[in-house]
Design a protein around this ligand. Sequence first.
Ligand code: FRU
Length: 499
Amino acid sequence: MNKTLEKTRAFEKEMIQAYDPARRPAFHLTGLTGWINDPNGLSVYADRAHLFYQANPYGRQPGQICWGHAATEDFVNWTYLPCALAPSEGYDRDGCFSGSALTLPDGRHLLMYTGFRENDGGEGYRQVQCIAAGDGCNYVKYEKNPVLSSQDLPEGGSEADFRDPKIWEEDGKYKALVANRAADGTGAILVYESADGFSWHFSGTLLANNGRYGSMWECPDLFPLDGTDILLFSVQMSTGADPAFHPGLGTVCMYGRYEKENGRFVPEGAQPVDCGIDFYAPQTLLLPDGRRIMIAWMQNWETSQFCREDLAFNGQMTIPREISFRNGLLLQNPVRELESLREEHTAYEGITVDGCSKLPGIGGRSVDLSVTVRPDGSEEGTKRFFIDLAAGKNVQTTLEFDPVLSQLTIDRTRSGYPHDIVNMRSIPVRLIDGALDLRILLDRYSLEVFVNGGEQAASFVLYSPEDAEEIRFRSIGRTVIDAGQYTLKGTVPEYRSEI
Ligand code: FRU
């Protein structure tokens, strides 16, 4: 085992004693300690799902990025495994960046990742693609790494921005998508092929950005879903792009046709995957039971430097989401196994809110809350409707529904973050049979909102004090609601040094 990996694993082990479940999300995965960003290598191997992630265990900000590792049988209870990859060779000296995984015919778990290297003494950096193979716990870097580097780029392709390989098996061969900055400065998603998973060659361009949907596309994922093909990628969106997308870092779901024969993707439409602030670099996984699960980094690069100094982690994953595609929409809902964490149930039907109402039994910071809002269109009816979450003295996170604009605004300005960063998102929502259906997952340090059965989702990190746990309903004018809540019990990941 190389020295950096050995040292990182020893450090992780030391940190287990310091792991305090009370100062962690109750049911969202963080790193064992320190910083995390993108999910990596999400795959089923040896009867479990494995999730690696970009990690710097030594601090709450990125550093020498390695691959942290966790595994699960139900997407709710996690086991930490020892760090899988750490920078050790010339080609990945300054970071083992994002990538993906699959199982080889000989039973080995293959990881494909980006090796990152700063230029010696000069400006800029280099990115190359690398392979490691292992047994679900210990991985050996391939002796012929890197397997893809500058000579494998199309004309004008940047050797600095060349990253995030997504590997899959197709008709007896392996294919990989790799994000690249093209000669015109915008992004392109390249396709590479391999017969054995180790030796790779360039085969074409899946799709070029051509200035649409932001600049450099990162972290591509391509898969069939309910009769269409989906291409996900993450990107810095510029102001004035498609108005469905907020400026800043976000994730795009393009749907259309993947033409296998010529290795092209023909887009038919695009939509934001998540309309909140904290959702980036998702990966998906097809389970043996046919469900496709999506997990993203619940953070974003623009605000990730702000964290709570009293907490040992910075960065968490979203709740794993089951995704499907219906009537031109990507639907996403919390993984059904979350139900196993349900404890107390409180439900109300046909409650009229006019002013401010607190409903006994509705509150807390680890809850699964469903609210059906029926705006009243009469003279005395709804002018504005609000739900205050994680509310306490001078703090609250507010969902506000405006019936005139048919818009939902989620505001975390008073939720523990500095005030001069992005804290608010507004999204157009529709009423179905006169009602807006909201499912709200609130954990100690996050909020995820699923609208109308998952046709929109919005994720936010919250750093409100842990004792801010009131939930209030407010209405200007009369609004009728149903509200049902389950409190969710926390899960505590265990650590195993072997699988
Ligand atoms: C996305 C990303 C990837 C890169 C990784 C580095 O968040 O920028 O493109 O591989 O993070 O940690």
